[in-house]
Design a protein around this ligand. Structure first.
Ligand SMILES: NC(=O)c1ccc[n+]([C@@H]2O[C@H](COP(=O)([O-])OP(=O)(O)OC[C@H]3O[C@@H](n4cnc5c(N)ncnc54)[C@H](OP(=O)(O)O)[C@@H]3O)[C@@H](O)[C@H]2O)c1
Length: 230
């Protein structure tokens, strides 16, 4: 029987790539505000804003074997221009909304289920202008490690920490050939991440082949967080 995976935010970006990688092998339940590029033939789509509502769990199957939380933000500004409002909003979308959803579906998580979350390379490597997103994703990383410890061996939970990936979320940072070339050049592997680069790791973490991996923060970042080649 196919396993059930809930993907929060699968209408575009990394989540959308993940849906395409998973759709033949799993029953997919996808939550997002819009459908965007998503074809609803192969999946169950639930229209929902994670910031405003509690998810109606009657729309979900009795048990879930996977949970993926994609919504996030990239608000980069010097600290003196970073408003408290921005920091609070980043905390809401990256952290509190995720915790609320996870609480909502917690009783459905099966024995052997796998949870996947997204952080950023800017938590492990301090980067200028990243105070808000690094704080919000840092909270997420700490939460996931503790959650993984508390729920092993029944539930596995891991975090993927990407560098810049070519998705709608990062479009302002990659809006010209010059910016794209500069971003690619900063990475030891000399390229910008593709949504598939990240989705492939998420697929691995959801599946049986990663069954001895939990509580990890895995960099998928073109080598940026660990290699200094300059
Ligand atoms: N792209 C990057 O460069 C990058 C780098 C490091 C980390 N990350 C992290 O990776 C994750 C995925 O990023 P991405 O680039 O794929 O993002 P994205 O292109 O913005 O896609 C986000 C997905 O989440 C959904 N979503 C956003 N807000 C929502 C809300 N309020 N309620 C329900 N669904 C919502 C969106 O669907 P709707 O708009 O249809 O609701 C969309 O399907 C994020 O957590 C991000 O912080 C990304």
């Amino acid at each position: 029987m196919k396993k059930n995976i809930l993907v929060i935010g699968g209408s575009q970006g990394i989540g959308f790539s993940l849906i395409n990688l998973l759709k033949n092998d799993y029953n997919l339940f996808v939550v997002s505000r819009t459908v965007q590029q998503l074809s609803t033939d192969d999946i169950t789509h639930i229209q929902f804003d994670v910031l405003n509502e509690d998810l109606e769990t009657e729309l979900l199957p009795e048990s879930l074997d996977g949970f993926v939380y994609c919504p996030g933000s990239i608000n980069l500004k010097p600290f003196k221009m970073m408003s408290l409002d921005t920091i609070e909003k980043d905390m809401q979308i990256n952290f509190f909304a995720m915790v609320r959803l996870l609480k909502g579906v917690f009783s459905k998580l099966s024995n052997g289920s796998s949870l996947v979350f997204f952080s950023t390379v800017a938590v492990v490597s301090g980067m200028p202008y990243h105070t808000s997103v690094a704080a919000a994703k840092g909270a997420l990383e700490g939460f996931v490690k503790s959650f993984a410890a508390e729920h092993a061996p029944k539930i596995r939970a891991n975090v993927i920490a990407p560098s810049l990936v070519d998705t709608p979320l990062s479009s302002r940072l990659l809006s010209s050939d010059k910016k794209r070339a500069q971003v690619a050049e900063r990475h030891p592997l000399k390229k910008i991440g593709s949504p598939n680069d990240i989705a492939a790791m998420a697929k691995f973490l959801l599946g049986e082949e990663s069954k001895w991996i939990t509580g990890q923060v895995i960099g998928v970042d073109g080598g940026l967080s660990t290699l200094n080649i300059n």
